[in-house]
Design a binder for this molecule. Structure first.
Ligand code: BG6
Length: 521
């Protein structure tokens, strides 16, 4: 028996051809560890459904779900079908679609097999692996403490040898909890598989708006000539969330905001914005460019870092309990729910240009964005007040990652009228206006790329280590000195120390709370 369907079946002819013109991914079996888990239900299945709907999966594609839960093919398919159904009603879920395309979903269901099994047992994996011929991708949708053991067991069961097709392993985040543990995990993984077989996920790289940073920088001539220390004063990278820790206390307590968001998601944004132009969009070239940047980041001294924890308050009109009162959280917890850092890059392009990174939960507004603050023009030839160039606004380029998706340029224009009156205006590009955007969960591109063997949007081992290296001193200082923790009320912009850090540098955070249509003045 094989998990593969007969690829010569007449169904092949009926299968829709990719409307986008993109190549159909090569046939393979996707083996998901954690088949009944949250990630599989909420993100992987909707992403696979979208890929199936776009005709990007081969007729020979198959999915094998593995979990410790009792169940069979029907039970697994039913639990996923029920979940898909909720996406037609819950507009706040990661994925919302007014109706399920039964043809695409049915196409996937036919290819799903469930096997109860323990992925820490080589014997069990060997048995499951008997029916696995040809190419396979093993997706570790399991808690991070199982990453090393799952890869080890795959090796012991002989399932990662590439003699009959590619064998790849997808590893989720968090990849380690600090530099030491990340290095150890990389060593464990790479003792079993080759780097070319490892796909380390950072779901931010699956976001269209994040990939668009490269398109914007390197698909245009406009920005790159200005993209360095002569024209840029500083850059802010923000990932602000209104949600709190919710029911994830057990995960969040030993993790905290810095580990959860900065060496991974925010560093990916930083990498896209600040790397040198790669010669091509190939995996090794892009990841090497990113690595050169990460290596040039000066280790962040603790005085350039601020952390905070939210107390009770009101967020978007909702009463919110304190972090310390949340389920699974120590009532005396010193875990930060907010982190802000200043980092310097010691290379020719960025020397002297600070990057300010901030992230937090239970904040005033949800916004993920990069704000590039340009220097002032050298002369105010319109000077009427005598204030000189200080009277002119700086240009800003805002890369809106989410929830607003697009790009805004803030500039100066003449106000209509008889006097030369200058006012700030903004020019906006909105994804929704320019394109008909299909509902997606952001994992579509990542899964498709992995099936196609393109690792450009995945993290290489050295990228992971370098990002942890940059923040390691701060993590250590925070562990040793609990008094570094500040507090902020839910619904605020973060702790006072973060504002103070900017004030010391004569700068300010770009406001979080602003209507999307506002023209900042
Ligand atoms: C996850 C973090 O990796 O990213 C969460 O563990 C965070 O704490 C989430 O909320 C943010 O991702 P997104 O795509 O919702 O901005």
């Amino acid at each position: 028996m094989s998990y593969f369907r007969d690829v010569s079946s007449p169904a092949r002819a009926r299968h829709p051809i990719s409307a986008s013109g993109a190549a159909v991914a090569p046939a393979c079996t996707l083996v998901i560890f954690g088949a009944f888990g949250d990630l599989t239900k909420r993100l992987l299945m909707p992403a696979l459904y979208n890929l199936a709907g776009q005709g990007l999966l081969d007729e020979g594609f198959a999915i094998v779900g593995i979990d410790r839960v009792d169940g069979d093919d029907d039970a697994w398919r039913k639990s996923l079908t029920d979940m898909m159904q909720t996406f037609t009603t819950d507009k706040n879920a990661e994925f919302y679609t007014p109706e399920i395309d039964q043809k695409a979903w049915g196409w996937l269901l036919e290819r799903m097999t469930y096997r109860k099994g323990d992925f820490t047992s080589a014997d069990e994996l060997r048995t499951i692996g008997k029916d696995l011929d040809g190419a396979a991708v093993f997706y570790l949708a399991v808690p991070s403490r199982f990453f090393a053991v799952a890869v080890k067991t795959l090796g012991e069961a002989g399932l990662v040898a590439e003699d009959r097709g590619f064998r790849r392993v997808v590893i989720e985040k968090p990849f380690g909890l600090d530099l030491e543990s990340a290095k150890a995990l990389n060593a464990d993984v790479l003792s079993v598989v080759d780097e070319s077989q490892v796909y380390r996920i950072d779901h931010f790289l699956g976001k269209e708006t994040v990939q668009n940073i490269l398109a914007m920088r390197f698909g245009n001539i406009l920005f790159e000539p200005l993209w360095h220390r002569d024209y840029i004063d500083h850059i802010q990278i923000t990932a602000a969330e209104t949600i709190g820790v919710e029911s994830r206390g057990a995960f969040y307590e030993p993790t905290g905001a810095l580990r959860d968001m900065i060496p991974n998601h925010l560093f990916q944004l930083f990498g896209m914005v600040a790397m040198e132009p790669p010669n091509s969009f190939s995996a090794e070239t892009v990841r090497t460019a990113k690595e050169q940047l990460f290596e040039a980041v000066r280790p962040i001294p603790p005085e350039d870092a601020v952390r905070g924890q939210y107390t009770a308050g009101t967020v978007e009109g909702r009463d919110v309990i304190a972090y310390r009162a949340s389920k699974g959280v120590d009532p005396d917890s010193h875990t930060e729910t907010y982190a802000a850092l200043k980092l310097h890059v010691d290379n020719w392009r960025w020397s002297g240009v600070p990057f300010y990174l901030r992230t937090g939960k239970s904040l005033q507004a949800r916004r993920t964005e990069v704000v590039v603050h340009f220097k002032k023009p050298p002369l105010d030839m319109f000077d009427r007040s005598g204030a000189g160039v200080d009277a002119l606004a700086s240009n800003r380029l805002i890369l809106n990652i989410q929830p607003e998706e697009g790009l805004t340029v803030e500039m100066t224009a003449k106000h209509p009228g008889p006097v030369m009156n200058l006012v700030p205006v903004s020019v906006k590009f909105r994804y929704g206006d320019a394109f008909k955007v299909q509902p997606n969960v952001g994992y579509e591109t990542l899964i498709y790329d992995c099936l196609c063997g393109d690792a450009t949007l995945f993290q290489r081992a050295d990228n992971i280590d370098s990002a942890w290296r940059a923040v390691d001193g701060v993590l250590r200082a925070w562990r040793e000195d609990p008094s570094t923790l500040e507090f902020y009320a839910s619904g605020e912009t973060g702790p006072a120390g973060a504002e103070e850090m900017m004030r010391r540098d004569g700068r300010a955070w770009y406001p979080l709370d602003r209507p999307d249509t506002q023209e900042p003045g």
